[in-house]
Ligand binder design. Structure first.
Ligand code: C2O
Ligand code: CU
Ligand code: CU
Length: 588
């Protein structure tokens, strides 16, 4: 019982006492602190990222939760403590994660982890997840209460009402009441948002095999809840994929690995740091102000800083997810691919043909890329996966070390000849992916960057005709049930935005440069001239739910809206999404 008291004291005191999750032995904390540096975006000094050793921590794999036969589970959101930085620094980081509540089973502890366990489900096998919110009533990170956020419409505080959270299954063909709408949040104390509809979510898995992921989606604090750790994979299998594995045409477990890439900043004592300066406006009410974007210098893969992955000289299937707040990655090995790498899937399913990559791989926040890498004949070699995407993308500053490094591959494991080497098939689906019904209508939509009432950058969505719209403005996108539409999105901002539409897996049709006159009051466009349309990249020709829309370009997507109800579409840079670059749409 002494331990329990101790645990409670530990969580109240925050970083005062460190231990590794429930059930693990209490570990004394070394006195190490990282060298610090003043960064103008933070009130307190932060850790020097280049003092954190790279490629000394083995990559960890999230636990897998097998729900391929369907069924119901309870996953709890809680705070835990993890060694994210490793390297024998002796630093332990408070994070938020998910853990299965197995009470009543032989093992009744709840092992909470960041990232959360990988749920493995099967197409057409319904799954019910009860997402239980047991988050503490103090955020790990600075909350900006000037945004339109969960508690904007009442006088509540996190202190009184508890921490709001709601989980969205990204890429899922979800029913609206189980989609994790940003206003369907709930707190551990039973305070709920206007769209709350229970804490048990039904996923009917009515879609093909895909790399999905789950993450918090609470209005106005998604960036903080996800940054604190609330995300995990959801791998959906189907008969076709299981056949490919069975026929030895795809690498299978343990040669299939899911990897989430996220950038972070740390305090010298190992806590997560996030910009917390107040805004400079004279009428600023006080408290921390959200940054326009967040780019952290420390790159984590599966919740560990710059890990290494020890591999056999054989083929591996890597299911990559960019789970970062704002950072786009352009991955390669110093601009090149010194081993064969073949893309087999996009966000929501397989490509038609395995597609060898001859260019660096662009992966934006929210996107998933399914690849097969081939280390045969490379025994003894070591490769560093690098990133050279400017921030913001594409016109911003070149990536500064150490954020140019991601992960190290060490081809140093003995080849296990009892496991067969797969041969990729020549095609992975019956036909090239296309959204088939002819489009019922075309909408002209808008991405816009303006200013909020405190003079801060504020990103917005809108329509060409009406101009910029805020989250609370009436719905303008209202497709008829069971029809397909083309959405042409005009990006009038200076940056790329990874745009995400809930419910659907869309087809990326094309991109073209455009010019137009923009109304200085409303941001509405007129006199639009469109240049030559270019087809999407070969890496984008599968089912997509998130796609980058580049500055000065109109990007066209086509989607089939086959479920009634209220959903949302938004930029997946979480700082943008939290600051109004998100709109509801309604299938009627
Ligand atoms: Cu990954 Cu609406 O989110
Ligand atoms: Cu989503
Ligand atoms: Cu954006």
């Amino acid at each position: 019982m002494r331990r329990r008291t101790f645990l409670r004291a530990g969580s109240l005191a925050g970083a005062a006492v460190m231990f590794r999750g429930v059930g693990a032995p209490v570990r004394a904390r070394a006195a190490t602190t990282l060298p610090s540096v003043d960064d103008p975006r933070y009130l307190e000094p932060v850790a020097r990222a280049d003092a954190i050793p790279q490629f000394v921590n083995p990559l960890t794999r999230p636990a897998r939760l097998d729900l391929t036969c369907g069924g119901a589970r309870t996953l709890v959101m809680r705070q835990t403590w993890q060694d994210l930085l490793g390297a024998d620094l002796g630093l332990t980081t408070p994070v938020w994660g998910f853990g299965e509540d197995r009470r009543g089973w032989w093992d009744d502890s709840i092992r909470v982890s960041y990232p959360g366990p990988t749920i493995v489900a099967r197409s057409e096998q319904p799954v019910r997840i009860h997402w239980r919110n047991e988050l503490p009533s103090t955020h790990l990170l600075p909350v900006d209460t000037s945004l339109h956020w969960a508690f904007s419409h009442n006088d509540q505080t996190i202190d009184d009402a508890g921490m709001p959270a709601v989980v969205h299954l990204h890429g899922g063909h979800n029913a609206p009441e189980s989609d994790g709408h940003p206003e369907a949040w709930y707190t551990p104390r039973g305070v709920v948002g206007p769209r709350f509809d229970g804490t048990a979510f039904d996923y009917d898995n009515s879609q093909e095999a895909a790399t999905l992921w789950y993450h918090d989606h609470t209005l106005g604090i998604t960036r903080l809840n996800v940054y604190a750790g609330l995300s995990g994979f959801y791998l959906l299998r189907d008969d076709h994929e299981l056949d490919l594995i069975e026929r030895n045409e795809l690498p299978a477990d343990p040669y299939e690995l899911e990897l989430v890439i996220q950038d972070r900043m740390f305090t010298p004592d190992g806590r997560l740091a996030y910009p917390d300066l107040p805004a400079t406006a004279a009428d600023w009410p006080g408290g921390p102000s959200t940054p326009p974007e967040f780019f952290g210098p420390v790159i984590l893969v599966n919740g560990r800083a710059w890990p290494y992955l020890a591999v056999e000289p054989r083929q591996y299937r890597l299911r990559l997810l960019n789970g970062s707040n704002s950072r786009i990655y352009r991955l390669s090995v110093q601009g090149d691919w010194p081993f064969p790498i073949t893309q087999i899937g996009t966000d929501g399913g397989f490509l038609y043909e395995p597609t060898p990559l001859d260019q660096p791989l662009l992966i934006c926040p929210g996107e998933r890329v399914d690849v097969v890498v081939d280390f045969r004949d490379l025994g003894g070699a070591t490769f560093e996966l690098t990133n050279d995407a400017p921030t913001p993308f594409p016109g911003g500053a070149p990536v500064a070390p150490p954020a140019d490094m991601v992960l190290q591959f060490r081809v140093d494991q003995r080849y296990d000849s009892t496991r067969p080497e797969p041969t990729l098939p020549s095609t992975l689906r019956d036909a090239p992916f296309a959204v088939s019904p002819p489009p019922e209508r075309t909408r002209r939509l808008l991405l816009f960057e303006g200013e909020d009432m405190f003079g801060r950058l504020r990103t917005l969505l809108g329509t060409v005709e009406l101009g910029a719209r805020a989250w609370s403005d009436p719905v303008t996108e209202d497709p008829d049930h069971d029809t397909a539409e083309i959405w042409e999105v005009y990006n009038t901002t200076a940056d790329s935005h990874p745009m995400h539409v809930h419910l659907v897996q869309f087809e990326v049709l094309d991109r073209a440069p455009f010019t137009a006159d923009q109304d200085p009051q409303t941001a509405a466009l007129s006199n639009i001239q469109i240049g030559t349309r270019e087809p999407p990249d070969a890496t984008e020709r599968g089912p997509k739910d998130t796609v980058h829309m580049d500055p000065g370009q109109v990007t066209r997507i086509k989607a089939h809206f086959d479920r009634r109800g209220t959903y949302i579409w938004h930029c997946h840079m979480l700082e943008h999404e939290d600051h109004e670059m998100m709109r509801e749409y309604e299938v009627v």
